[in-house]
Design a binder for this molecule. Structure first.
Ligand code: PRT
Ligand code: MG
Length: 211
């Protein structure tokens, strides 16, 4: 049996067509089903539905053999034992620094003032500002980062942007790109060795589906 960990929402929505192209069809719609383990048209492949940030953990411990996870989540994950053999090029977005419209970010950076930055991406944000030589106080949030500059909690946020509509609706502007983000297939290293005969053909078909 091969288990593939996925999160509901955009990753699931964009992974299902790739899986179908690779010959794996979910036996029911995971978006509407309350089941957390979903069978597929392949008796040896099942889907496990977990929170996006939990995907690497399931794969690290081998509770799932494979997973689909955003590069943003992987960059923050400090576990080990994951192969990343394939960029699925789905759920694409950009990790950006954003501020309230009218806040002079360039000036704040030039002046050497300490910036307060709210984000759920502490590790990535820390590395980014350290590389730029900007002093920051990072504030960890778990969601709705856009609210932080509007309420005075922070001068800036580090968050994902896809259409830009959320920033616009909240009178924020992106001032810097940190990274382009897409979702990748991750594989438990031990499973890759032990179940190679089953995993490798699936990987090859997914690779084709991505192209
Ligand atoms: O939402 P939840 O708390 O349940 O979990 P999650 O946010 O971890 O999961 P989910 O499904 O929202 O995101 C899963 C993955 O999708 C992320 O890890 C990213 O790799 C990827 N992805 C792609 C995005 C976006 N695009 C995106 N736009 N994840 C989140 N967003 C959010 C962003 O944080 C911001 O609040 O959408 C808002 C901005 O969108 P636009 O279109 O208005 O710019
Ligand atoms: Mg979300």
């Amino acid at each position: 049996m091969i288990s593939l960990a996925l999160s509901k929402g955009r990753i699931l929505d964009e992974t299902l067509p790739l899986l179908e192209a690779a010959g794996v069809v979910a036996s029911e719609n995971p978006d509407t089903s309350r089941k957390l383990i979903i069978a597929t048209s392949r008796p040896d492949v099942r889907l496990i539905i977990v929170r996006a940030t939990d995907v690497p953990t399931y794969v690290q411990y081998g509770a799932a053999d494979l997973g689909v996870v955003g590069g943003d989540v992987l960059a923050e994950f400090d576990g080990s034992g994951l192969y990343q053999p394939l960029d699925l090029k789905i759920a694409r977005c950009r990790l950006m620094v954003a501020v309230r419209r009218g806040f002079d970010y360039e000036q704040a950076v030039r002046s050497g003032a300490r910036l307060r930055v709210a984000t759920k991406y502490l590790q990535t944000a820390r590395e980014h500002f350290a590389a730029k030589g900007v002093h920051v106080d990072l504030i960890k949030l778990y969601g709705s980062m856009e609210l932080a500059p509007l309420t005075g909690l922070a001068d800036a946020i580090v968050d994902l942007v896809s259409t830009g509509n959320t920033l616009k609706a909240n009178n924020l502007v992106a001032v810097e790109e940190i990274a382009a983000v897409s979702s990748r297939l991750v594989v438990n290293q031990a499973a890759y060795k032990l179940k190679r005969a089953a995993i490798q053909p699936l990987l090859d078909r997914l690779k084709k589906a991505v192209r």
